[in-house]
Design a protein around this ligand. Structure first.
Ligand code: CTP
Length: 209
């Protein structure tokens, strides 16, 4: 299969030196990309700014903002069999992005935000027969929110994780996830992100049969 995997945070610039972002490091998405390549799949990997190296065999597209990521996803969507949307896309961006560094004495203490596009919802509008897997990183009611996102974003599966649990979430090498589909909820124990990557690829292969 040819897979499109997104990873990392997005960065929404206020000016050339300041931005809004989140704690994602890209580790989970890159681990999925590695697992996919090891299983013989081709990978289009689109990631926001991260400090880790992408797998050598992935076709890598680095991006900065949610809008950049949407454009890259739409470019590759027609030529892939499945999408795994691991990226922690910023929900909002500053309404205006200054071309020059803002100066303290002229800067407003309030930043006006506008909503970013929801990439999975945009995929839902135009996709043909691609399988789509999303992620739900939550700090409470993880399964409830994940089921709602599965429906709303038209997903085949969502990987739910409670990022407040020890050993789970951002910047660590392990995670605790549940696989939620229309028919089933499967809880996995604490595992390395590599192992979870392999489990996700295995589920994707089963779904594509
Ligand atoms: N996602 C997306 N586009 C966005 C925001 C999120 O495609 N603008 C994707 C993420 O990559 C993830 C899924 O949607 O696969 C769920 O992301 P999450 O941030 O948990 O959900 P939101 O829809 O942003 O909802 P909330 O922030 O209210 O939890």
């Amino acid at each position: 299969m040819r897979l499109l995997i997104t990873a990392g945070p997005t960065r929404e610039h206020i000016d050339p030196v300041r931005f809004l972002s989140n704690c994602s490091t890209g580790k989970m998405g890159f681990a999925i990309a590695e697992a996919a390549i090891a299983a013989g799949h081709e990978v289009e990997l689109i990631a926001g700014p991260v400090s880790i190296k992408p797998p050598a065999k992935a076709n890598y597209t680095p991006v900065v903002s949610a809008c950049d990521m949407l454009a890259a996803v739409m470019k590759y969507l027609p030529i892939v069999d499945a999408v795994i949307m691991t990226a922690a896309v910023a929900d909002w961006r500053p309404a205006e992005q200054a071309q020059d560094k803002l100066k303290k004495h002229t800067m407003e203490p309030v930043i006006k935000l506008v909503p970013n596009p929801d990439i999975l919802s945009e995929i839902k509008k135009v996709k043909t027969n691609q399988l789509v897997i999303g992620f739900a990183a939550e700090t409470r009611n993880a399964l409830e929110y994940a089921k709602d996102k599965l429906e709303r974003k038209g997903l085949d599966m969502i990987v739910a994780n409670d990022v407040s649990l020890p050993g789970a979430g951002f910047a660590v090498d392990t995670n605790i996830v549940s696989f939620v589909t229309q028919k089933n909820i499967e809880h996995l124990p604490l595992m390395s992100k590599q192992e979870i990557g392999c489990e996700i690829i295995r589920r994707l292969e089963e779904m594509s049969r």
